[in-house]
Design a protein around this ligand. Structure first.
Ligand SMILES: C[S@@+](CC[C@H](N)C(=O)[O-])C[C@H]1O[C@@H](n2cnc3c(N)ncnc32)[C@H](O)[C@@H]1O
Length: 310
């Protein structure tokens, strides 16, 4: 059961940047708890529609509870890399006015101990957004070799003690719980003699393992490639990311579109897509000081928006 609430990040800014046609088709690629979705629905007209997606089965239950009967709305439990196929089935490729991607995990996912995302709550070491798919954090940590674990923690967590943490993981396994993993990282920090910081020592390690287990970077790359193919002229993509690694991907892919790299031809696209051109809408947007004070989770958020010009 999910219980915690989720405060949507840069709610007004993101939705006002997203909606250019009140009667258009919109995609909320990261339904979560529907915070952004609610605002999108309030901003479109009766003829608009929203296609909401989330890979987490718990989101489906949440959707059914929170949005019982709005004919403008539909939900599919699907991940980023499946969205294009769904939109093709609906014959909506090239007809989307806006797509919102709010990366990462939601507060309810983080706070539900049984999901295994939190270093503060005792739970099974799982960390999958969709527990019915792929391998859990424990499966991976208990079988991967030390070098691979170290590389992932370094690359996706930018954790300086990655090698030492990986060595300790391999020496301690099998690992079964979140607190076991968090405790082991804390110990490694103590041994290293590093100064204590405000941030919990296991933050980066957990982030890296979560990103790996969920293939978050490859999912993001996939939607950044597929998203533009779905847009109508004048349509926009807004991406909110929470880590510099993700923001770099978004920035790179938007720049590539703006300088005119052609779209891959692997899927059928509309005739006019062949001459698609793009423009950036403003610069990277960050949450206000007021927002970060109310919602510390928003501290690292960055939003970038691109528009299909032709
Ligand atoms: C930060 S939350 C979104 C919160 C939402 N905007 C709201 O206001 O309630 C991110 C959500 O995206 C989902 N998600 C993350 N990566 C995904 C992917 N590759 N495909 C589909 N859903 C994904 C997560 O399961 C999570 O529910």
């Amino acid at each position: 059961m999910l219980s915690a609430t989720h405060i949507p990040v840069m709610l007004r800014e993101s939705v006002s940047h997203l909606i250019t046609d009140r009667g258009g088709n919109y995609i909320d690629a990261t339904f979560g708890r529907g915070g952004h979705l609610k605002e999108i629905l309030a901003s479109i007209s009766g003829t608009g529609s929203v296609y909401a997606f989330d890979r987490d089965p718990a989101s489906k239950d949440q959707f059914e509870k929170a949005f019982p009967q709005d004919g403008r709305l539909s939900f599919s439990q699907a991940k980023f890399s499946d969205i294009l196929a769904v939109m093709q089935t609906l014959n909506l490729v090239g007809k989307v006015s806006g797509m919102l991607i709010d990366c990462g995990v939601s507060s309810p996912q983080l706070e539900e101990a049984s999901r295994g995302f939190s270093f503060k709550r005792e739970g099974p070491l799982d960390m999958r957004m969709n527990p019915d798919e792929g391998f859990s954090a424990a499966d991976w940590l208990n079988s991967a070799d030390e070098k691979e674990i170290s590389q992932i923690i370094w690359r996706l967590g930018e954790e300086r003690l990655a090698r030492r943490i990986a060595r300790r993981i391999v020496a301690t396994r099998p690992l079964e719980t979140t607190i076991q993993l968090a405790g082991l990282v804390v110990k490694e920090y103590e041994f290293s003699g590093r100064k204590k910081s405000r941030v919990h020592p296991a933050t980066k390690t957990f982030q890296a393992i979560r990103m790996h287990v969920n293939g978050e970077l490859s999912e993001l790359r996939s939607i950044l490639l597929d998203g533009p193919k779905m847009l109508a002229i004048g349509g926009r993509i807004a991406v909110i990311s929470f880590h510099s690694i993700e923001d770099r991907e978004v920035k790179k892919s938007f720049q590539r579109l703006v300088v005119g790299t052609k779209l891959p031809r692997s899927i059928p696209i509309l005739e006019e897509d062949k001459v698609a051109s793009w423009r950036l809408i403003g610069k990277a947007v960050k949450p206000s000081i007021k927002e970060t004070a109310v919602n510390p989770r928003s501290r690292t958020a960055v939003m970038r928006v691109i528009e299909r010009a032709t």
